[in-house]
Write a protein that binds this ligand. Structure first.
Ligand SMILES: Cc1ncc(C[n+]2csc(CCOP(=O)(O)OP(=O)(O)O)c2C)c(N)n1
Length: 580
């Protein structure tokens, strides 16, 4: 007779799962052993369960399908948390199998005891304890339905002894949910939306990840309303390409005229975005469209909330809209956008091909050229977010994924592992910070073990650069951010990867090509300038004061040389009005 562990694996197989990421161990072993005997599902050994959860999150994000990770009781479970938070915040379908201590020991402060059914509540839509065989296979199917149907994490906590028990019910078959239906907004909301859009003199669109699949419709809307179109970091990959209305990105990593367009328009239309920084939104004259009711109005008061998918809403409203004829607002914003780009991006990319240490902007712009048209970039939290946002050109086929909502470090390498397993024929590039790489360094061994030809491009600035910037703009001298250099190429070689170390800008292109042409896993150790900090385009006066204050403090502490370099670096990136 089959065991509960075998039954669980059969249900996963029926749901189309082909791999499970994790680390084996005690209470999890009956499940792992069932996988060993199931040729359709591979066990992907990672070095840290956190990485397993990240890898599953990336697999789910790039495929749109359920992905699975697992951790053994106690510490194996707690390691999963970071990656599961990331998956859940990103709204991707991940099921975690969290094995648990023996049933009879629960509540006795037993060795490795935690309470997984409590532990994962905050980072899941569904988190239940399977305490007897008779609950299966039903709970497994319900968990999968929550992950897929509600786009997020589901956790099944199963004690090892329950996994080992004989089944009480046949496994049977039940068609799993495959994805969401289309949410069409109510007629009255569509009519009111049309009235507001028709009567506004100027409308700006601001797009988030919810515009996925609606590029052409958003362009048609912008063409009818003559609207500038800005985006969040998560919206960028879906909307910035082929977009004649593009005014760039808002937020702390923003650039271009997006902020101005959203502030100065008569009406701001938020499309599929849960952009978290309310300070960057005008807090008035705003209409929001989202398929998730709970997001409507949570960042800004709304004149109208429209509950619907972005595509379905635009399709419904377009026939009710009058073609606008006054391009003045759109053109003013497009001009301002171009000017802003000249100052912010081009100023950085010019004359930096001779700068030593290598300017990260230069490296990122070369990376953009060298990468394939359908590459998947995974991006570490930190300055890599800035370089990806500003220099990686989306085209509708490339993907750029990161921990854009949970904002955790060390996501890029394990994300790359999941993305590469899901798409072995696509180039997968991990844009890693040296801090991020160091945090889950063991995953180099995972890459080597599975001979996964991911390309790890490490922006090695020997600094927690993003935090250094935060300290400076908030008026603190940087502290505990910089550390002695590490030769990541040597470490990668020792781990069995092909590695290239680049210290000269003239070697960037050839070094990247060498790594990308290499048939196996490869790491590029790019030694970059720690002082190449990027200031957001809407630096407030208080932040500028803070910057000056920090400068003064560092000068007083004797760091004048470094501060001068940094100020010079930064000035090139400060908008003209502030830079003067
Ligand atoms: C797990 C975790 N710890 C701390 C932070 C705070 N934090 C955000 S970015 C960052 C520095 C990242 O450094 P690195 O990976 O070297 O990238 P850089 O910014 O230098 O390019 C830190 C410490 C975080 N986001 N996540």
């Amino acid at each position: 007779m089959a065991t509960v562990g075998e039954q669980l694996v059969q249900v996963l197989r029926q749901a189309g799962v082909t791999r499970v990421y994790g680390v084996v161990g005690d209470s999890l072993n009956p499940f792992v052993d069932a996988i060993r005997r199931t040729p359709e599902i591979k066990w992907i050994h990672v070095r840290n369960e956190e990485a397993g959860a990240f890898a599953a999150a990336a697999e789910a994000e790039v495929t749109g399908r359920l992905a699975v990770c697992a951790g053994s009781c106690g510490p194996g479970n707690t390691h999963l948390i970071q990656g599961l938070y990331d998956a859940h915040r990103s709204g991707v379908p991940v099921l975690a199998i969290a094995s648990h201590i023996p049933t009879e020991q629960i509540g006795t402060a037993f060795f490795q005891e935690t309470h997984p059914e409590r532990l994962f509540v905050e980072c899941s839509h569904y988190c239940e304890l399977v305490s007897q065989a008779s609950q299966m296979p039903r709970l497994a199917r319900i968990a999968i339905q929550h992950a897929v149907g509600r786009s997020g994490v589901a956790v099944l906590a199963v004690p090892g002894d329950v996994l080992h028990r004989p089944t009480e019910h046949p496994t049977g078959e039940s068609a799993p949910v495959k994805g969401r239906g289309t949410l069409v907004p109510a007629d009255d909301q569509v009519r009111e939306l049309a009235e507001r859009l028709n009567s506004a003199r100027s409308v700006a669109l601001f797009c988030g990840a919810g515009v996925q699949g609606a590029h052409d419709l958003v362009m048609a809307l912008a063409g009818t309303l003559l609207s500038p179109v800005g985006h969040s970091l998560r919206g960028k990959e879906w909307i910035q390409y082929g977009n004649p209305y593009d005014v760039g990105m808002s937020g702390l990593l923003g650039y271009g005229a997006c902020y101005d367009a959203t502030q100065e328009a008569d009406l701001l239309l938020l499309l599929g975005t849960d952009f978290p920084y309310n300070a960057f939104l005008p807090q008035k004259r705003t209409v929001q469209v989202d398929h998730d009711l709970s997001r409507l109005g949570r960042r800004t008061p709304l004149e109208l909330a429209v509950h619907g998918d972005v595509g379905a809403t635009i399709r419904a409203v377009l026939p009710l809209l009058k073609q606008k004829s006054d391009r003045a607002f759109l053109d003013a914003m497009l001009r301002r956008h171009t000017r802003a780009l000249e100052h912010v991006v081009d100023a950085y990319a010019r004359d930096i091909d001779r700068h030593v240490p290598v300017h990260p902007e230069y490296a990122a712009s070369v990376l953009d050229e060298v990468a394939t048209d359908d590459a998947i970039f995974t991006v570490d939290t930190g300055m890599c977010n800035v370089w990806a946002a500003r220099y990686i050109t989306p085209n509708g086929r490339r993907r750029v994924i990161g921990s854009f909502l949970h904002g955790t470090m060390a996501n890029a390498l394990p994300h790359a592992i999941g993305a590469k397993l899901a798409y072995p024929d696509r180039q997968v590039i991990s844009m890693s910070g040296d801090g991020g790489l160091g945090m889950l360094l063991g995953e180099l061994l995972t890459v080597a073990l599975h001979r996964l030809p991911v390309k790890i491009v490490t922006f090695n600035n020997s600094s927690l650069g993003m935090v250094k910037l935060e300290m400076l703009v908030t008026g603190l001298p940087d502290f505990e951010t910089d550390h002695a250099g590490v030769d990541y190429a040597a470490i990668a070689r020792a781990a069995g990867l092909h590695a290239v170390r680049i210290e000269q800008p003239s070697d960037v292109r050839a070094g990247l090509r060498e790594a990308f042409d290499h048939p196996g896993p490869a790491l590029v150790d790019l030694v970059t300038d720690p002082n190449a900090l990027s200031l957001p385009p809407h630096v407030t006066i208080s932040q500028m004061t803070g910057f000056a204050l920090a400068a003064t403090k560092v000068v007083l502490n004797g760091g004048v040389g470094r501060m001068l370099e940094m100020a010079r670096s930064n000035l090139r990136n400060v908008p003209a009005a502030l830079g003067r």
